[in-house]
Design a protein around this ligand. Structure first.
Ligand code: URA
Length: 436
């Protein structure tokens, strides 16, 4: 069918058949379907949605628009996690080595941060010497030898998504559940995974700010992934406060190293990381149930085997061999480090989490446009969990900045973004739901 007829059918509420979707994605990939036509179809889907069968067809066509990896050399289950993105979400840095230490292979192809959310790739690039974009041979070698490799997309995986996302981004059509579903899953399917676990973030620092929308996305992702042949479960997790006590790049790597080596483990981060690890181990057939999976994951943390995997992965990807022993030697330090004191004593009662993420962008630690550089050294640490009692001299954050001017601006932002009350707030769980 001609692209304009496919657009017309979707505009009028019809259901597209897989062959038409495949034709459209072929044209999207080779450029024969114009930007205007892609935008028009995206808007038609935005308003009229897609059936699960259409979303599966779109996902598979986008997967097949480029290279599709497979892992015949591995005789262990290949499982990954994808997060829809948040603030202080450095889970991947611990989760990949925990899962690897428990016996899974985790080829983690991650992205850069955009807007108020951070990106795993930017965090890893704050480690001096780390090759975040290795060639295929090195990527495969590190997965085989360490069980995990956290890298950026190097090959030609799901190129249709790259063009489609770029057009959606500038035509107000990103926020469509079937389009988000196909975008995320096409890349994960192209990575050749045996199973996937999704962390669908929900709250004022996430893409989906209410539980109904987050649950709708989680259900769509699970059903479409399963329909496309990749067993998938999803946890809906809270993003109404930064997950780690740090937000930025090098500061989040430091936080991850403290977590792996047992120096400091932010409780909420521990809860979410272990729950996701448990899901991965069940999906990979290495644990009979999430409780058993959680016990295995905790053991890998406590006995140091997860830390050892992380250290080895960093070294084999060109980073320092002593990162865990001497992180300050290998991670950038901002020139100005200053406390942010509260305006009153009381309890940390709530966050405008997006505002905290934007404070990191203000410092230069995030990007507004995809081509922007990031300053790896700046960011925030010492963020306190909701419910913490504070006095007037208790820092509510530590600002890592390039200059004093930034410190003043970011202090003001944080005073607006962090709510302090006289009474102790109600605490909410880190894990809000599960879809399987
Ligand atoms: N992340 C993606 O990879 N794609 C989307 O469409 C939205 C978030």
């Amino acid at each position: 069918m001609l692209p304009q007829e496919i657009i017309r059918a979707k505009r009028d509420g019809g259901e597209l058949d897989p062959a038409d979707i495949a034709d459209f994605v072929r044209g999207l990939t080779d450029g024969s379907v114009s930007e205007g036509q892609v935008a028009a179809l995206a808007m038609a889907v935005f308003f009229n949605g897609m059936s699960r069968a259409e979303a599966v067809a779109l996902t598979l066509s986008m997967r097949d628009s480029g290279e599709v990896l497979s892992w015949p050399e591995l005789d262990i289950p290949v499982v990954d996690k994808h997060s829809t993105g948040g603030v202080g979400d450095n889970v991947s840095l611990m989760l990949a080595p925990i899962a690897a230490a428990c016996g899974l292979a985790v080829p983690m192809i991650s992205g850069r941060g955009l807007g108020h959310t951070g990106g795993t790739l930017d965090k890893m690039e704050s480690i001096s010497g780390y090759t975040a974009m290795p060639d295929n041979a090195l990527f495969r070698r590190v997965v085989a030898s360490c069980g995990c490799a956290i890298i950026g997309q190097t090959g030609n995986l799901a190129p249709a998504d790259k063009r489609f996302y770029g057009i959606r981004d500038v035509t107000a059509t990103v926020e469509s559940v079937p389009l988000i579903t196909a975008s995320i899953l096409s890349k994960k399917l192209a990575a050749g995974l045996g199973a996937l676990v999704l962390d669908v973030k929900c709250g004022n620092g996430a893409f989906m700010d209410n539980p109904d929308r987050a649950t709708e996305l989680a259900r769509s992702l699970v059903e479409v992934a399963t329909g496309a042949g990749m067993p998938t479960t999803a946890l809906v997790t809270d993003m109404n406060q930064p997950l780690a006590s740090a937000a930025g790049n090098a500061v989040e790597v430091r936080n991850a190293i403290e977590f792996l080596t047992g120096k400091v483990r932010d409780p909420r981060l521990l809860e979410v990381t272990i729950a996701l690890a448990a899901e991965m181990l069940v999906s990979g057939g290495l644990a009979p149930n999430p409780d058993e999976g959680a016990a295995q994951a905790l053991k890998a943390l406590e006995d140091g085997s997860a830390a050892e995997r992380f250290n080895r992965m960093v070294a084999e990807l060109g980073g320092p061999a002593d990162l865990l022993a001497d992180p300050d030697r290998h991670l950038g330090q901002a020139p100005v480090i200053a406390d942010c004191l509260p305006q009153a004593a009381g309890y940390v009662a709530g966050y405008d989490t997006r505002g905290v993420g934007l404070a990191v962008v203000e410092l230069g630690g995030g990007r507004v446009r995809p081509s922007d550089p990031v300053d790896h050294a700046v960011g925030l640490s010492g963020l306190l969990p909701i419910g913490t009692r504070i006095e007037k001299d208790t820092p509510i954050a530590v600002i890592h900045a390039r200059n004093d001017g930034q410190v003043q601006t970011v202090r003001q932002r944080l005073h607006k973004a962090i709510l302090i009350t006289e009474t102790k707030p109600q605490l909410t769980p880190g894990i809000l739901g599960r879809q399987a």
